[in-house]
Design a binder for this molecule. Structure first.
Ligand code: KG4
Ligand code: ZN
Length: 335
């Protein structure tokens, strides 16, 4: 089954072709980061308009790259939520219009299910069951995954998502958007031990997270540096490192707990923050101690992309699912 995947939930237009027999055939991506950078975050209306502009050229690109014709496509999967409503509507309308024109089924896919299954596109995909840590700009969740569509939420953030905490902390330090890669870059030259940030909610049982306090801690630390005339680049680096270490250690502690609670030894990390090298190393070390294994996607498939939507949609279309012709999207949508 050949499936076209469309991703437009935020600031990346992703279009990909996935074949159930041959794997990923083509994957095109346009990132709007340059468009939003001057505003320090995503401007929804600009995002929607740009998705409209990029969609068809990217579709032509994947057809050219794969050598497929439109008539070869068996189904279309699109991100139906969660995300920015206007942006989601672009992908949903394109998918439904093409499906109607080509006489094939369309199916709305959950964005976080796409992220969750992205490591399946790699050479050595994880086997079910596993624990997944979903860490993106909008979500921080621990999920037990027993198979496609068999997801059990183990714990999630009560306030900010991990990626959101990276973005907000970067902003208050005067760094660019998105903040995750900027903090990670600065942290490389941070001096360990100068600042120690809290590890929120690790002192009590359970798998819930809370990251909003960390940005306040970062703000107070930065203001303290500024008041003392110590507001140079090295202080930024030291704060970036202390912040990143706190997020990474907190996530690692909760992942260890989730593995213990479920008795599983496979951990999948997915979503934008799973591109973070310090997080990958810490989890690899922890899983090494437990004689387990950690799985993640290549960096391009950690952040938003069409390939993960094509893959997730293909699994569901193969299982016989499809949507009616109504164009429906969900800004919020539990997985
Ligand atoms: O999954 P994603 O592309 O979009 C959402 O579904 O939200 O995740 C974007 C988030 C942003 O908050 C970004 O700062 C973060 O992922 N991110 C990172 C890194 N790369 C992206 N955070 C930490 N380290 C990174 N290397
Ligand atoms: Zn995402």
């Amino acid at each position: 089954m050949l499936v076209l995947g469309l991703e437009t939930s935020c600031d990346e237009t992703g279009v990909a072709l996935y074949d159930s027999e041959r794997g990923l055939l083509a994957d095109a991506l346009f990132s709007q980061i340059d468009l939003h950078r001057i505003y320090g975050g995503v401007v929804p209306e600009l995002a929607s308009r740009d998705h409209v502009k990029r969609m068809l050229p990217l579709l032509r690109q994947v057809l050219d790259e794969s050598g497929c014709r439109a008539g070869d496509i068996d189904g279309i999967a699109y991100t139906a939520g969660p995300g920015l409503v206007g942006a989601l509507l672009v992908g949903a309308s394109c998918a439904q219009a093409l499906a109607l024109a080509w006489g094939i089924p369309a199916l709305g896919v959950h964005h976080m299910e796409g992220h969750l299954l992205a490591p399946m596109l790699e050479q050595q995909p994880p086997q079910f069951p596993f624990v997944a840590l979903l860490v993106s700009g909008g979500h921080t969740q621990l999920v037990q995954v027993d198979g496609i569509g068999r997801y059990q939420l183990l714990g999630e953030s009560l306030d900010d998502a991990a990626g959101e905490a990276f973005d907000k902390t970067a902003k208050l330090l005067g760094l660019g958007y998105p903040g995750g890669p900027e903090i990670a870059r600065l942290a490389q030259d941070g001096r360990p031990g100068r600042f120690v940030f809290p590890r929120p909610m690790t002192d009590r049982p359970g798998l819930a997270f809370s990251f909003s306090g960390l940005k306040t801690f970062a703000l107070n630390t930065w203001q303290h540096c500024q008041a003392g005339g110590d507001d140079g680049e090295q202080s930024r680096r030291d704060i970036a490192l202390a912040f990143q270490q706190a997020v990474v250690e907190t996530l690692t502690i909760k992942c260890r707990r989730a593995l213990k609670q479920t008795g599983l030894k496979r951990l999948v990390i997915a979503g934008g923050v799973s591109a973070n090298q310090a997080l990958r190393s810490a989890l690899e070390q922890m899983l090494g101690e437990l004689d387990g294994q950690v799985f993640y996607a290549r960096p391009r498939f950690c952040t938003d992309n069409g390939a993960m939507i094509a893959y997730a949609g293909c699994q569901r279309l193969l299982a016989g699912q499809q949507d009616g012709p109504a164009i429906q999207v969900h800004a919020r949508w539990p997985m």
